[in-house]
Design a protein around this ligand. Structure first.
Ligand code: 13P
Length: 256
């Protein structure tokens, strides 16, 4: 049996004011204090990374700080972007890469996402790589093929040495922010298939170590059923991560 430490991340997206963000971070820190067996991270908007770090205390605090995105270069003339160096400087330890809103709203390509994966890893940050199919792709029966393509293009050329720096989130696009959750069985099936692809790319041992999260309308009420599946090692939470108490209940549901 796998002994992967469950992970729950709160992706705040473009939400909260600074004061709301600080209050939310404080309630997460207080709420997860007695849940030591689940790794927890929050992903505030980039402009709040540093003040939220102030709430968390230190970079290796109980609640890890993550960035929602970064540019795949250390520095340079890239107006409006932030670099992995700057994320680290703010106390960030993790970066989301390939979120469906970046792929589909901001038009990021597989090649660009692959560059980001490499850059995040090279800067000694954890890469939380998001994959997932659209509704049309699911209806055409392409779920596993789409996930496989996204994994193969993002992880091409990498090997097992990066296993402890990689977390994957399966987030079916049609389930994000829609209130429509994948059934636990469907999510498990897709994530099992994704793990087989990771095994092919990085080896069996790495595939056994790497956490694969589910994301898409996770709430306190459906988290436990999802997280009890063998290949679902926690969740990446959007809307429900904006309410401290609800997010903490989701973290509780991820306990082994
Ligand atoms: P929701 O939980 O709001 O569906 O968002 C999921 C998500 O995109 C997390 O990254």
């Amino acid at each position: 049996m796998a002994t992967r430490t469950p992970f729950v991340g709160g992706n705040w997206k473009m939400h909260t004011t600074l004061e709301e963000g600080r209050a939310l971070a404080r309630s997460v820190v207080a709420g997860v204090d007695d849940i030591p067996d689940v790794e927890v991270a929050i992903f505030p908007p980039a402009c709040y990374l540093l003040p939220i770090m102030g709430v968390l205390g230190k970079a290796d605090s109980r609640v890890l700080l993550g960035a929602q995105n970064c540019y795949p270069e250390s520095k340079g003339a890239f107006t409006g972007e932030i670099s992995p160096v700057q994320v680290r400087d703010c106390g960030g330890r993790i970066v989301l890469v390939g979120h469906s809103e970046r792929r589909h709203v901001l038009g990021e390509s597989d090649a660009f996402i692959a560059r980001k994966v490499r850059s995040v890893l090279a800067h000694d940050l954890t890469c939380l790589l998001c994959i997932g199919e659209t509704l049309e792709q699911r209806e055409r029966g392409e779920t596993d093929a789409v996930n496989e393509h996204q994994l193969r293009t993002a992880l091409a050329g990498l090997d097992a040495s990066i296993a402890d720096q990689l977390i994957i989130a399966y987030e079916p696009v049609w389930a994000i922010g829609t209130g429509r959750t994948a059934s636990a069985g469907d999510a498990q099936q897709a994530q099992r298939a994704a793990r087989r692809v990771v095994a092919d790319l990085l080896g069996e041992e790495a595939a056994g170590m790497i956490r694969i999260l589910y994301g898409g309308s996770v709430k306190a009420s459906n988290a436990q059923e999802l997280f009890s599946q063998e290949d679902i090692d926690g969740g990446l939470i959007g809307g429900a991560s904006l309410v401290g108490e609800e997010f903490v209940r989701i973290v509780e549901a991820a306990r082994p």
